[in-house]
Design a protein around this ligand. Structure first.
Ligand SMILES: [Zn+2]
Length: 400
């Protein structure tokens, strides 16, 4: 595992030492302060980190996302078996693969970022972590904090999918349910963290959740034979995965593990009831505006103003990608379509992506032969209450 060379600001490019825990860039002249990226000496790593040793290492000791330990920070992992999730072939679309992130511990992709972030929190000796969450990050932080013996303080909307509340309580986290959205939760964490001694582990406000999520980029490329697909569809709330995968592609090229050239077109999918990135993309803007009255049963997409919006918009444009929104009706129809025709129970966020694929195919933006990866970021089973409500299903009453 390599030492971190430095942390680099995504905005002003300042280099910050990684010896002590960091949040956002301390040197940015004006807000919002830039998120920090973990940087290594990749020229040095290129000589010693062999792509072909990854499969060997994974066969012996380093399982899951830790197969990429040669490009992750040097620390003892807090692991529950995250990563190396299935890349499923669609039964109907020969060029389509579904990256099944529902197979992660706590049933979602959030496990990767929080495994890495809690690993580094323990490495730095932090004792109390706090997070505002749309639901699944809360569950994942609660699990990894429990595994690491660290306190988790969680703030999430009162109407999160019930599974998120139950798991956080079961893991022993300190849970506050908030009458509002993730943006209201973030404000509460910001107001109290200093007094309470909490380290804020919010999306893109510390460097390591991106570092964990980048393994999705390494993985999808390795699972496709170390080649890029033509397009990657990603449901976009906070957007850490999109940003992490793009970082992975940069590193893969610098390491010589893939041929530099045509990176995949990145496609950000949001819900019509909360689509700040889509609106900014369509307006040609460099940042998003706070979305008013955000509403969708795809709980993970209820992020009215993502902190990483500017980085995401850059990536979408650099990759010749697009941002688009789908309605809750289209999401529900796609959940049922994939459940009934493919045997895959998508999360509402995952189904936003499959619905978006149908749309881009129908309008000719993509062709059926384009090789695409669709991210199902969570297991449909974590959403039984909200999906049942969308389906107008009730628990059948007994006769007694
Ligand atoms: Zn900066």
């Amino acid at each position: 595992m390599p030492e971190i060379a430095y942390l680099e600001c995504s905005r002003c490019r300042a280099r910050i030492p990684a010896e002590s825990p960091q949040t956002v860039c301390p040197q940015c002249a004006e807000p919002p302060a830039g998120s920090l990226y973990v940087r290594y000496d990749l020229d040095h790593l290129k000589g010693i980190a062999a792509r072909d040793a990854i499969a060997e290492g994974a066969a012996s000791t380093w399982e899951g996302m830790w197969r990429y330990r040669s490009v992750l920070p040097n620390a003892v992992p807090v692991t529950l078996g995250e990563g190396w999730t299935p890349m499923l072939k669609s039964r109907r679309y020969p060029a389509v693969r579904v990256k099944e992130e529902g197979a992660n511990p706590t049933g979602t992709f959030k496990a990767r970022g929080l495994s890495m972030a809690v690993t580094m929190a323990r490495h730095y000796g932090l004792k109390k972590l706090a997070v505002p969450s749309a639901g699944n990050a809360a569950g994942a932080l609660a699990a990894y904090a429990a595994a690491a013996g660290i306190e988790a303080h969680i703030f999430m909307p009162r109407d999160v999918p019930f599974a998120n509340y139950v798991e956080a309580m079961a893991y022993g986290a300190h849970v506050t349910l908030v009458d509002g959205l993730i943006s209201d939760c973030a404000r509460m964490v910001a107001e109290r963290k200093q007094e309470e001694g909490w380290f804020d582990i919010s999306t893109l406000k510390e460097p390591f959740r991106v570092e964990g999520k980048k393994t999705m980029g390494y993985e999808l490329v390795e699972q496709l034979g170390w080649e890029y697909p033509d397009a990657v569809f990603y449901p976009t709330g906070g957007g850490v995965g999109l940003i992490g995968m793009w970082k992975a592609f940069e590193e893969l090229e610098q390491l010589g593990w893939v041929k530099p050239g045509k990176r995949p077109r990145m496609i950000a999918v949001q819900a019509a009831g909360c689509a700040p990135v889509v609106r900014a993309f369509e307006a040609g803007a460099n940042a998003s505006q706070m979305w008013r009255d955000a509403s969708t049963f795809a709980a993970g997409l209820r992020v009215p103003k993502p902190y990483g919006d500017a980085i995401m918009l850059d990536i979408l444009r650099a990759s010749n990608g697009v941002a688009l929104a789908v309605s809750d009706e289209e999401i529900l129809a796609s959940i049922l379509d994939w459940a009934r025709n493919e045997g895959i129970f998508l999360s509402p966020e995952g189904a936003s992506v499959t619905a978006a694929y149908d749309k881009l195919l129908a309008c000719g933006w993509l062709t059926a032969s384009d090789r695409v990866v669709l991210f199902n970021t969570g297991a449909g089973l974590k959403y039984t209450d909200v999906t049942a409500q969308a389906m107008k299903l009730r628990r059948p009453q007994t006769d007694q």
